[in-house]
Design a protein around this ligand. Structure first.
Ligand code: NAD
Length: 449
């Protein structure tokens, strides 16, 4: 398949080619964002491998098993090249991405020295911040404005200036800012009209992450939310995204413990093994951990992490196996651990005749190392979605999230393997290739072979 062609004759779908460079706008230049920028710069110099990134490493199977082809995703769909990414962003403290990368300690200064210049060139613009939404942080590098609408306009100005200075026609925004306190959509989030009035009236129900999402959508920039707070996941912003033909997605990058949960739980369910309880706890010592030490921000994370089991196990269909699960998630802030998180899971399961068994998982993971390739894939796939004319909620990117966005009439899909098939089949669909269903009967019942 020639990825440079703009119209696919098999689908009659037009995908504009990734011409020119792509702007990457990051609200929150912290551990994840600086690890992403460092990683992309190192990979470009041939000094690192983009491990964990589907867009850079995965091959997609095309065609029948009798004549299979394994094509790198980046050659199959027309994605932007790493050399064409230009980074910019906001933070509420003024450190450049190099200083932040050194402070967060994810990569050693020795590794960072090879890309110091690239990181130093990313100097955050003052952020839009409200202490009530992230109570553990104090912003020293923030915008001021009489109304939230004025702040949104200031963000729009930053975006326009960034595009102009770098001679860019396209950009994608990924929220890598701190987790805001838990909230639920209310009347001000119901329609675009109510939301814009709320911006003008300084409605306290509108957090900073929603102001960034609004600014991105107004500029036609796809928006992905890496944190568990609502941000773009409210009717008003989804309506605006649909109306302006902008792709949006979220919430909460699926990195360590929840990744494991969505790998193990589908296996238990497939084998019809029962589950009595799942106790998950984390020790984490980075700035994210400190923010989550506040009960309001933790509640956002707790809700995001807690919903995955129910979605996968479907207790409504299997009350005898999954009708009474004790599921508990804790996050303990423990500074000595830094970004190297330790996740503990105790899983109480049951088998034949209800006999009990246990599984213990001790995942010593590196949070930002797992998150950076997710951000990279989201940047490239969201840009692809925009060029392919897709808009509104991008459910096919659920693979990357703990709490995937979906239409209110649909239950979000949390099973990692179904999410993966959803993603790869969407790529096949976009390029006019046969979808994979894995039934395999056709090899035996038809005379195909
Ligand atoms: N690392 C992971 O594995 C992982 C997984 C899932 C979700 N997340 C989420 O991703 C986000 C980033 O994680 P991190 O480890 O980089 O955290 P971090 O604390 O290192 O970085 C967040 C940055 O956002 C900045 N910030 C806060 N509010 C802001 C605002 N209104 N505008 C601009 N900047 C703002 C902070 O100053 C900080 O520099 C967090 O919300 C986290 O919960 C991370």
């Amino acid at each position: 398949m020639d990825a440079s062609k703009s119209r696919n004759p098999k689908t009659n779908r037009e995908i504009s080619p990734p011409k020119g460079r792509l702007g990457v706008l990051l609200p929150g230049i912290g551990a994840v964002a600086s690890t992403l920028i460092a990683g992309v710069s190192l990979v470009k110099k041939g000094l690192g491998e983009p491990i964990g990134s589907l867009t850079q490493m995965q091959k997609i199977r095309l065609g029948k098993r009798t004549n299979p082809r394994a094509v790198p995703i980046k050659d199959f769909v027309p994605l932007a090249n790493l050399n064409d990414l230009v980074f910019g962003g906001w933070d509420i403290t003024p450190e450049n991405a190099y200083e932040t990368a050194c402070n967060s300690g994810v990569l050693t200064e020795n590794v960072l020295s090879d890309v110091r210049q690239e990181l130093e060139s990313v100097k955050p613009w003052p952020g839009v911040f409200e202490h009530a939404y992230v109570r553990k942080l104090n912003g020293t590098h923030v915008k001021t404005g009489d109304t939230k609408m004025a702040l949104a306009e200031a963000l729009i100005k930053d975006i326009e200036q960034f595009l102009k200075t770098n001679d860019l026609e396209r950009a994608v925004m990924v929220w890598c800012g701190s987790t805001e306190v838990y909230s639920e959509p209310g009347p001000v989030h119901e329609t675009v009209k109510a939301f814009e009035q709320g911006l003008r009236d300084n409605a306290e129900e509108i957090p900073p992450s929603m102001i960034y999402a609004y600014a991105a959508i107004k500029c036609g920039v796809p928006y992905a939310n890496g944190a568990p707070n609502l941000s773009v996941d409210c009717p008003a912003l989804i309506e605006l995204a649909d109306h302006l033909h902008v792709p949006v997605t979220g919430k909460d990058f699926k990195t360590g413990q929840t990744l494991m949960k969505t790998i193990i739980a589908p296996g238990l369910k497939a084998r019809m093994l029962g589950l009595d309880g799942w106790f998950s706890t984390n020790l984490i010592g980075n700035k994210d951990g400190e923010v989550l030490d506040d009960e309001g921000s933790f509640k956002s994370k707790e809700v995001s992490k807690s919903n995955v089991l129910e979605g996968i196990l479907q207790p409504e269909h299997y009350p005898e196996l999954y009708g009474d699960i004790y599921h508990k998630v804790r996050i303990q802030y423990y500074p000595p651990r830094g970004d190297a998180k330790e996740g503990w899971d105790n899983i109480d399961i049951s088998g034949w005749l209800g006999q009990p068994m246990q599984i213990k998982v001790n995942f010593l993971c590196r949070d930002s190392i797992l998150a950076a390739p997710i951000v990279l894939d989201l940047i490239l796939f969201m840009d692809l979605a925009k060029r392919a004319g897709m808009s509104g909620i991008q459910e096919w990117l659920s693979f990357y999230f703990k709490s995937p966005m979906a239409l209110p009439t649909l239950k979000p899909e949390n099973d990692l393997f179904i999410q993966h098939l959803k993603l790869t089949n969407t790529l096949r669909l976009l390029m006019g290739e046969e979808l994979l269903n894995h039934s395999g009967l056709d090899y035996y019942e038809n005379e195909l072979v």
